[in-house]
Ligand binder design. Structure first.
Ligand SMILES: [Zn+2]
Length: 409
């Protein structure tokens, strides 16, 4: 254990150095490539932080650095399209709020710990939707050696339904100027408040239209069918949650090319499992918890209906909040076990489809030449047993090994 920690410490400490130029060969018995393909007994050649090639296993030049992953299954680094890394439980084991006495430094350290837990769980990219403090977390991971997943962020979401369209457009421009990678907006109330549409159709058109004109994607929190419909018709990029979707709005999303990001289990089970840490803060009331308990049986059914909708792109986002960081694979387990999704299809959602939805298909989301070397390994075969994704034992991000436990028995 101590040896493992020392090795991890050394590798993590080296993460901010320039990418190594000499090749690393990852010897893999099984590669699930993120696009639906499987390859056996190959060497993945990594150079300068990128995947240089995937070649049949063969003799190696003397001195080549080899990482032999044995019989583990190798996959692209996983991607979570919806996470909240700056949410955390304070040392009183309560959801952190701005009035709990924690200093900004303490809050940022908690966020860094969440980011690290997420990375160790095999998630090499997450989309945070979002908070203004994400910008520093994103940038310190990207350029200052802090270990964590690549982060895309909306910064603070746009939530207030009283803001007139022109001011909403100005707010979108302000987010872009502040460095947002995307725009997050709320078209409906929280599930704990019933989930009905809050922003009007014209407000949604203002936000999503202005963002599109600036080249920014829009992720829309929407629960009611009316809110989902309005988001699709407003030309927004992606709809989050959608607890109360109906077949006709799912078909509309498909025909408009709008991505759909439903959650299966993690966010609800995490809230219910940490009830005492949330209860009494904001809308985490007894009636709020009752609303979540009522919604829980709907979610797998929603995902089943979404997956059966021709042409609908169902991405993968967990809505991981405080308590859930590092458990980001749980919705993959749920989608397969509870919603009947094929394991390969679910893995594609969390890799290549998410990369496409984020506009990063030429950088991440697959094990393919030219892409960043975001490569993980799990013990077991996730195509036969999706829970293998809970057993991540190797993580490489952009060519740097950030975890290698050996095979866990
Ligand atoms: Zn969320």
């Amino acid at each position: 254990m101590l040896a493992t920690l020392l090795v991890l410490g050394r590798l993590v400490g080296a993460q901010h150095a320039a990418p190594l130029q000499e090749p690393i060969v990852i010897r893999a018995a099984t590669v699930i490539d993120g696009h639906g393909g499987i390859r056996h007994n190959v060497d993945i050649v990594v150079r300068g932080g990128r995947i240089a090639g995937i070649v049949p296993r063969g003799p190696l030049a003397p001195g080549t650095r080899v990482i032999d992953l044995g019989d583990r299954s190798v996959l692209p680094g996983l991607i979570d399209a919806h996470a909240h890394p700056v949410w955390y439980f304070n040392r009183q084991n309560r959801l952190h709020t701005s009035s709990d006495g924690d200093t900004p430094a303490q809050s940022m350290l908690a966020a860094a710990a969440n980011a690290y837990a997420t990375l160790l769980a095999g998630f090499t990219t997450i989309q945070s939707v979002g908070s203004r403090s994400d910008a520093d977390l994103r940038d310190w991971i990207a350029t200052q050696g802090l270990p964590g997943p690549r982060i895309l962020t909306s910064l603070d979401p746009i939530t207030d339904p009283r803001i007139p369209p022109d001011s909403l457009r100005a707010l979108v421009r302000q987010r872009k100027a502040q460095g947002a990678d995307l725009i997050k907006l709320f078209a409906s109330a929280s599930i704990r408040e019933g989930g009905q549409q809050t922003m009007s159709d014209s407000q949604l058109v203002a936000v999503c239209g202005e963002a599109k004109a600036l080249g920014l994607r829009t992720l829309v929190h929407a629960h009611s069918a009316a809110a989902v419909r309005a988001a699709a018709l407003a030309g927004c990029t992606q709809v989050e949650h959608g607890i109360f979707v109906t077949q006709d709005v799912l078909s509309l999303l498909a025909s408009r090319g709008t991505y759909f990001d439903p959650q299966c289990a993690l966010v609800f089970q995490n809230y219910l499992g940490h009830r005492a840490s949330y209860l009494g803060i904001g809308n985490y009331t007894d009636s709020g918890f009752a609303a979540m308990e009522r919604a829980l049986p709907l979610v797998a059914q929603d995902i089943r209906m979404a997956l059966a909708t021709p042409g609908l792109k169902v991405v993968y986002g967990t809505d991981a909040v405080a308590g859930a960081d590092g458990h980001n694979a749980e919705d993959l387990v749920c989608r397969v076990q509870k919603a009947g999704e094929a394991p390969m299809h679910a893995i594609q959602a969390a890799t290549s489809l998410n990369a496409e939805a984020m506009g990063l298909a030429n950088q991440i989301g697959a094990i393919a030449p030219g892409l960043d070397a975001d490569i993980i390994a799990v013990d077991g075969d996730p195509l036969a047993d999706i829970t293998a994704l809970r057993r991540v034992s190797f993580v490489m991000k952009a060519g740097r090994v950030v975890r290698d436990d050996g095979v866990m028995r």
